[in-house]
Write a protein that binds this ligand. Structure first.
Ligand SMILES: [Zn+2]
Length: 385
């Protein structure tokens, strides 16, 4: 391999690394290819005690986008907040063990530091993005300042807001308009580096042309940085450290400039429920498949839930999951679905199916037993054999 080929290979590797979006263990990704059709992906290798996974964007900028969404990573009761949710959108399992529980009456304030939400001086929970952390911290601080009697309704209101498909649609449309010029410049940058440079090197040579190539690179970088600045400000008007960092990175690192549209997409839907995002972005069959999983998971979470914890902590989880379940039920009703229908047994895969797991709907050839993937859920007999 010549020096030039090695250089281009190194650039390609660096560019590939830029397509990896860090995702929290309970986040899901929505990825599109050509056109507006999205598919759901789960971060690989992020379940259990491993706190970080990745959602990979499409390598070519014109071909798609990647959004990320997550359930609220906490359970809230009128008395306190627990850094744990029993809800597991990822079929591979729940994100991890329970974190701290804090009472509203004993906490001086809730705020955020990057992706971390803090209760007083200690870290309560880590969110997928700084934007999600800021939104959660604002919500918890509002609850802390409110009276205990008002908190139940406020939590329910927050859950309903996270399931607002109309607001998600508007946000995505706003993003589409804002990101268009950024995407054009990023594409020009990718084509000039990965097609223009090798073509010039192989025909004319780099000895005389390198000043022009560097000037072209600089022009593309400036174009991307200027359009990115406009879109970054329009989509994220709050002047935060993260917004400034995104701008600096896109302005000085060519590989980051090529993926500038990903920086604008990733935090876009912070605070919105994955199921409502799915309603907006996925085809109906994929949405209903996810809806079934979410409904059954909220009714029958992976066990055991909070073994050994106090009654107050368990009550926070149970009351929040009940509110979450009710909000999802109302959302599905608004979208024309009967939540109870998702609890029905699955159709038998074939004549050998004798039982099924009521949570994940896996089918078994045995008459009874337990589903290990769902924490030992007792299997039910398959009807209509
Ligand atoms: Zn199962």
């Amino acid at each position: 391999m010549t020096d030039g080929q090695s250089f281009m290979a190194a650039l390609a590797v660096l560019y590939g690394a830029e397509t990896a979006n860090v995702a929290g263990p309970d986040e899901v990704g929505f990825i599109s290819g050509i056109g507006r059709r999205f598919r759901l992906v789960y971060p690989a290798g992020s379940i259990g005690r491993n706190p970080v996974g990745f959602v990979f964007g499409n390598p070519l900028p014109p071909l798609g986008s990647v959004f990320q969404a997550q359930n609220l990573p906490v359970s809230i009761s009128p008395r306190g907040v627990l850094a744990f949710t029993a809800a597991a959108t990822n079929p591979a399992g729940r994100a991890g063990d329970a974190g701290p529980y804090v009472r509203f009456s004993e906490t001086a304030s809730f705020d955020c530091d990057g992706r971390d939400v803090r209760a007083g001086r200690k870290r309560l929970v880590r969110c997928g993005t700084p934007e999600a952390a800021a939104k959660l911290a604002r919500m918890l601080e509002g609850l802390r300042r409110a009276g205990e009697a008002d908190r139940e309704e406020m939590v329910r209101h927050a859950l309903d807001a996270s399931l607002d498909a109309t607001a998600i649609r508007e946000r995505v449309e706003e993003w589409r308009k804002a990101v268009r010029p950024v995407r054009i410049w990023a594409n020009v940058l990718v084509v000039s580096v990965f097609a223009g440079w090798p073509a010039v090197a192989m025909t004319v040579g780099l000895f005389l042309t390198w000043p022009a190539l560097v000037a072209a690179l600089a022009a593309c970088m400036v174009g991307t940085a200027v359009t990115f600045r406009r879109a970054n400000h329009a989509l994220y008007p709050a002047k935060t450290t993260e917004r400034t960092q995104r701008q600096a990175q896109v302005s000085v690192v060519p590989m980051s400039a090529m993926r500038a549209h990903d920086y604008l997409a990733r935090p876009l839907l912070a605070g919105f429920h994955p199921l409502a995002v799915a309603k907006v972005l996925l085809v109906e069959a994929d949405f209903t498949a996810l809806a079934g999983r979410v409904v059954r998971d909220l009714a029958m979470p992976v066990g055991p839930v909070l073994p050994g914890e106090s009654a107050e902590v368990r009550e926070a989880e149970e009351s929040f999951r009940a509110a979450h379940r009710a909000a999802v039920g109302d959302f599905l009703g608004r979208e024309g679905h009967d939540p109870a229908a998702f609890m029905a047994p699955p159709a038998a895969r074939d004549a050998s199916s004798r039982s099924y797991c009521p949570r994940c709907h896996a089918q078994f050839v045995t008459e009874g037993g337990k589903c290990a993937d769902c924490g030992g859920m007792t299997l039910k007999p398959m009807k209509g054999e």
